[in-house]
Design a protein around this ligand. Structure first.
Ligand code: SAH
Ligand code: SF4
Length: 365
């Protein structure tokens, strides 16, 4: 007879077969999975949430990922880039409101101009916050020297989702050219880790062609790669992208949502002390989607502090929530929401990945 879910959940390491069983769990088994992941979070992280004020500073992108609403080929949107002053004002808002950190995110451009601009912004952000604001970057694939420059200028976390670790699937959701190369994505992740960043990755869940086997492989990759942070969210179709032609074959949104919660729960159990983001895309499907993720294992929320007038233009997917809000709205709304999940927002702290600290200590021997 097969082992029960209860037995699987007592194991230290999960085999691929057992991860698949957990991903398929229903009813009481599913409840057991979520109870276990909530317990692991409580024990190793506490019932806490840290904020990263998210500044989506530009939707200009040189790439053409087939799923993404701000891909270069989409002509149906206005392109914008925040000025330095606007970015610094948003950073100051985060600092004044005692968010421990901000995250700077944009489309992907590789150029000397971008390299220098981000470097100079990092210095200014550190200066205006007396070195107190932590900074996460999420600006795509870059050369190792560029990552190094930004690290030295004060960025200390980097989010680069691998999107899918099945190379065949990766190739189906990206154009097949040198700009969208799976191996480069992996090389970038490796160089981020080598330079010393707290390194975050993740995947989209419910992509066309994606199988449960793929998702189990993604979780095993993250464990094997020894990531410090994880950001995973449901794939949500965007009408102005090539992948929309597969919309009819997708899992229903509710199932994508449920699978995302299970992925979060399983990675929390597998890598108990990493930071896990409750992705905004969860809220597109369920109004309290992020809170549900916090309850079962996530510990990071990214309140959007991009100036309101630009938010409508940073639509990676359709029905992105909160595009009409201001930063103040986000703050009070999120705080109430976190309480709803019986958790507490920790202000004025970086909320670094404990896993990273442990990993660095081990490396020093
Ligand atoms: N350009 C950078 C950062 C911005 S995109 C990068 O690509 O790394 C940030 C994330 O948005 C991507 O990693 C992708 O996982 C997610 N995303 C893009 N399109 C999406 C969609 N249609 N549904 C859900 N997530 C999407
Ligand atoms: Fe550009 Fe990132 Fe969207 Fe790809 S996912 S098109 S790199 S913004």
């Amino acid at each position: 007879m097969d082992t029960t879910i209860k037995e699987i959940l007592t194991q230290e390491e999960f085999s691929k077969k057992n991860i698949i069983r957990l991903l398929k769990s229903e009813g009481e088994d599913r409840t057991l999975l979520f109870k276990k992941s909530a317990d692991v979070k409580e024990k190793f992280i506490g019932n806490k949430v840290w904020f990263r004020g998210l500044i989506e500073f530009s939707n200009v992108c040189g790439k053409d990922c087939l799923y993404c609403g701000i891909r270069k080929g989409n002509k149906n949107l206005e392109r914008y880039s925040l000025s330095d002053d606007e970015i610094l004002a948003a950073a100051r808002f985060a600092y004044d409101n005692r968010y421990g950190s901000i995250a700077l995110q944009s489309g992907e451009l590789e150029s000397q101009f971008v390299t220098n601009r981000i470097e100079s912004l990092l210095h200014k952000i550190k200066e205006l916050s007396n070195g107190e604001l932590g900074v996460t970057l999420s600006v795509g694939e870059q050369e190792p020297e560029v990552y190094k420059k930004w690290y030295e200028a004060g960025a200390h976390r980097y989010l680069l989702r691998v999107e899918s670790t099945n190379q065949d699937l990766y190739n189906k959701i990206h154009p097949n050219d040198s700009k969208h190369n799976f191996n480069r994505r992996l090389e970038c992740l490796k160089s981020l880790q080598d330079i010393g960043y707290q390194t975050g990755t993740g995947v989209m869940i419910g992509l066309p062609f994606q199988t449960i086997d793929d998702l189990a492989g993604d979780l095993l990759f993250m464990k094997e790669f020894n990531i410090d942070m994880c950001g995973m969210g449901p794939y949500i179709e965007h009408a102005d992208t090539p992948l929309i032609e597969h919309a009819e074959n997708l899992l229903p949104l509710k199932e994508r949502f449920d699978l995302t919660l299970k992925m979060i729960a399983i990675i929390r159990i597998m890598m108990r002390d990493i930071n896990i983001v409750a992705a905004t895309a969860l809220q597109t499907i369920d109004p309290i989607g992020r809170e549900k993720a916090v309850k079962i294992g996530a510990n990071i929320l990214m309140p959007n502090i991009t100036p309101g007038k630009y938010r409508d233009s940073y639509k990676l997917y359709d029905n992105k929530p909160c595009t009409d809000d201001s930063a103040e709205d986000c703050q009070s709304c999120l705080e109430a929401r976190v309480r709803l999940a019986d958790a507490e927002v920790i202000y004025g702290e970086w909320g670094d990945s404990k896993h990273y600290n442990g990993r660095r200590l081990k490396a020093k021997g």
